[in-house]
Design a protein around this ligand. Structure first.
Ligand code: SF4
Length: 262
């Protein structure tokens, strides 16, 4: 029975229970990622957090070091066979990976240009970057996740900042992870954040949102229900438009049947 569960598992299960189980089955690359898409998003976000760690330490972000970190996390490491990559088009693995390298670099340059600007740096003190939080629910379930970037302005207002790509689901209003991060932060610091900022990497704009007790309660109830469903082996396909982008599309559709002539 599940006692500790990562927020990513909760999100995956909400998106599609079958995808959740297929991800568990197909973990690749030293058991860190379950698809190359996931690796891209995770490593890109790690590099963005690295940029903010630099600002926290030096009041400055060195673009050369950021490029090197991205090269380490994405370009050099993780040579895995193309069958394991779960790409939409496995015939062009090399081309896809190269394109993603450049996409990632463009994004990092954009983030650096905006958040590494001295005027922007002066406005915020970075308090915390990418540290774990835990939320205990009903004594026997623990939700684990990471607080992204916590920053404070001159008036001591706390803002939580995180980044999203269009490949990721959920709108800002309904994003359960935002509610859990807000709750996790309050438990971690015994303080209440003023608001939450989401920078949409693809749309190149920030959106602001807030979370209150009702949002926290809905998130906790949802986690509880998801854990019950997982413990009961619920495993249905949630067919929708998201299937087009699902890395397990072909695995999911292959149910072992062979076509035969009538
Ligand atoms: S293809 Fe659709 S139904 Fe199948 S696992 Fe992916 S999201 Fe779920």
């Amino acid at each position: 029975m599940i006692r500790r569960i990562d927020i990513q598992d909760i999100k995956d299960f909400i998106i599609c229970p079958r995808m959740f189980w297929l991800k568990k089955e197909h973990k690749v690359s030293e058991k860190l990622f379950s698809s190359i898409n996931e690796k891209y998003i995770v490593q890109l976000r790690k590099t963005i957090y690295f940029l903010f760690s630099q600002i926290q330490q030096y009041d400055y972000a060195d673009l050369k070091r950021i490029k090197r970190r991205w090269a380490d996390l994405w370009i050099c490491k993780g040579a895995i066979s193309k069958e394991q990559l779960f790409l939409p088009n496995v015939n062009d693995t090399h081309g896809w990976k190269k394109k993603r390298s450049q996409d990632g670099m463009d994004i990092l340059y954009r983030v650096w240009d905006k958040y590494g600007d001295p005027k922007y740096i002066d406005r915020w003190e970075i308090v915390v970057v990418n540290i774990p939080y835990e939320i205990h629910i009903d004594d026997d379930i623990i939700i684990v996740g990471k607080l992204p970037i916590i920053r404070m302005d001159d008036n001591s207002n706390i803002n939580i900042l995180d980044f999203r790509l269009c490949d990721e689901y959920f709108s800002t209003k309904d994003d359960i992870e935002i509610s859990l991060i807000s709750l996790g932060y309050r438990k971690y610091s015994s303080q209440i954040e003023k608001n939450f900022t989401v920078y949409s990497i693809d749309k190149k704009r920030e959106r602001s949102t807030r979370r209150g007790p009702m949002d926290h309660q809905i998130a906790v109830d949802t986690c509880n229900e998801v854990v019950i469903a997982i413990n009961n082996g619920i495993n249905y396909r949630r067919l929708s438009r998201q299937c087009e982008a699902c890395p397990y599309y072909f695995v999911c559709r292959d149910n072992g049947e062979e076509e035969t002539d009538e």
